[in-house]
Each structure stands twice: as structure tokens, then as C-alpha cells.
Design a protein. Structure first.
Length: 126
């Protein structure tokens, strides 16, 4: 199970860098929700619109501090830290976020149900 979830997370990350909307769409649950660091709630249609936008681009980034926590056999929580930079709609951004992803196995396939990122204001990995 852990390797499946780590693979899901790796595929998700790679798809964002490659602007691979087909993979992102496949990995998101039908009711996927993203809660941004500013509290804004974005649905799957909005997220797909962002990744498909010619104005969206990631320059660099990395994930660290990965923790995968299964909850039973068909659910899990993944926690990590995202640090990266890019631009969207002509505005550059630099991120340092702690992220939480809720995953569920549906029909034998792992999908991302909810993702929430919070601006990191601490230097420790507590």
C-alpha cells in the first residue's frame, strides 16, 4: 500500500511539472477539492483550468518531508512540504507550503480526494 501511495504522489508531482492534465484528471476523485493557503476552495474543474492555462508554469520545485499514513485499507493521508517557484497569469510566485492530501481507493484505484496547503512560516519540520 505504501509504495502505491508513494507512486501516486510521485505521478501527481511529475504531472504538474509536465502540465499533464490527463494524468492530473485521472488521479483526482470526481469530488476533488483543493484548499489553497489563502483559504480559497478550488474544485477539479478550476484546477484543470489552471494546469491547462498557457500562463501557468513551474520553474522549479521539490517535495520533502513525505509521510504516508494509511487509514484502514482504502484511505490514507499524505503529508509533505512543497518548495518551489513559478508563474500564473503573469504573476511570479515562490511557495513554501506544508501540504496534506487525503486519498481513497475507489474501484481498486487510488485517487486524491482533498488537498490542502498551508504557508510554512516555521523553519523546523515539526
Amino acid at each position: 500500500m505504501l509504495s502505491e501511495l508513494e507512486s501516486l504522489k510521485e505521478s501527481w508531482n511529475r504531472a504538474w511539472f509536465e502540465k499533464d492534465a490527463k494524468t492530473i484528471d485521472r488521479l483526482m476523485a470526481a469530488d476533488y477539492v483543493y484548499i489553497a493557503p489563502n483559504g480559497q476552495i478550488l474544485d477539479r474543474k478550476t484546477i484543470l483550468g489552471i494546469v491547462c492555462s498557457p500562463t501557468y508554469h513551474l520553474d522549479h520545485g521539490s517535495r520533502s518531508e513525505l509521510v504516508v499514513r494509511p487509514i484502514g485499507t482504502d484511505a490514507a493521508v499524505i503529508r509533505d512540504r512543497w518548495q518551489g517557484a513559478g508563474s500564473y497569469q503573469g504573476t511570479a510566485f515562490v511557495d513554501d507550503h506544508r501540504c496534506l492530501i487525503v486519498c481513497a481507493r475507489m474501484g481498486g484505484t487510488w485517487q486524491i480526494v482533498l488537498e490542502q496547503c498551508t504557508e510554512n512560516s516555521a523553519d523546523s519540520s515539526a
